[in-house]
Ligand binder design. Structure first.
Ligand SMILES: [Zn+2]
Ligand SMILES: [Zn+2]
Length: 280
């Protein structure tokens, strides 16, 4: 199973010279397994993923009637869905996009195309898309299978809610939890520790610094110390911090990761980088 980060930024894309290392696109990841493609979230990073799925050709891709993509949503906040109208497979006749995870994912995707949001909101309507975009009821939390791989979900602590995912990959479990607030200075919730138990890789939201939580508590994001506590309690093999704050430069993320490593003992810690791949 091959996992890849296409967007690691939280809240808003942040392109520019200060975000070249960790990336400027908002949340999107992909899993490739047995020749099939699964996507988690449709932040601005999904545009690049769509271009790669389409391959070289005029207008960024040739028409591939056999293209089938599974898209699991964590929730519908704008930074996690904003890229979908620029996802090339959606404009490909015959392509099938199966939506799952967050209960209202289809409604949310349709909403991105609604011109009624405000005058001139988007030039294309959902009904005009030539691909087939459907809610796949087989991809319903809290547990389902994808390509023979067991997938579990967990509810997260986030305004309006969100779901985290655990994939039982051949080389160990990968847990993806973004947009989740872990309480500062408190033990991690038992249910979440169980959900992350023994994961080879734990990817977790660490948008804020410990020093920012006085102001930022309640916004639904975590700081690295609480992530370390969760990873250690769960016996995770590796911790990758993501959903980087849009105002955080590469140098500042590097400093945060250095601090986390200094406190992590033997647990390997890193910052999620756009384009980074993991094999499991
Ligand atoms: Zn977010
Ligand atoms: Zn959110």
């Amino acid at each position: 199973m091959k996992f890849r980060f296409w967007g690691t930024r939280g809240s808003l894309p942040a392109p520019g010279p200060d975000t070249l290392v960790y990336g400027g696109n908002s949340t999107c990841c992909s899993i490739e397994h047995e020749g099939r493609h699964l996507v988690i979230d449709a932040g601005s990073g999904i545009r690049l993923l769509g271009a790669e799925l389409m391959g070289p050709g005029p207008m960024g891709g040739s028409e591939d009637a056999s293209l089938e993509v599974t898209l699991l949503m964590t929730h519908l906040h704008f930074d996690h869905i904003m890229g979908f109208p620029f996802f090339a497979p959606a404009y490909t006749p015959g392509a099938v996009i199966r939506l799952g995870g967050w209960p209202k994912c289809l409604k949310g995707i349709k909403g991105m195309f609604k011109n009624g949001r405000y005058d001139g909101g988007f030039p294309v309507s959902f009904a005009e898309l030539p691909s087939k975009i459907l809610r796949d009821e087989a991809l319903t939390p809290p547990r389902f299978a994808w390509q023979g791989m067991e997938v579990r979900t967990t509810p997260l602590n986030h305004p309006q809610g969100a779901v985290g995912y655990r994939f039982e990959a051949p080389g160990g479990a990968l847990v993806f939890i973004t947009d989740n607030e872990l309480a500062v200075g408190a033990p991690p919730p038992k249910a979440l520790v169980e959900f992350c138990s023994g994961a080879a890789v734990l990817i977790h939201d660490a948008q804020y610094l410990p020093s920012e939580m006085d102001i930022c508590a309640g916004r639904g994001h975590s700081e690295f110390r609480a992530c370390l506590a969760l990873a250690q309690a769960a016996g995770a093999g590796r911790l990758i911090l993501t959903h980087h704050d849009p105002g955080r430069t590469d140098a500042q993320i590097e400093a945060m990761i250095d601090q986390a490593r200094a406190e992590a003992g033997s647990l390997p810690v890193e910052g999620a980088r756009e384009g980074q791949t993991l094999e499991l």
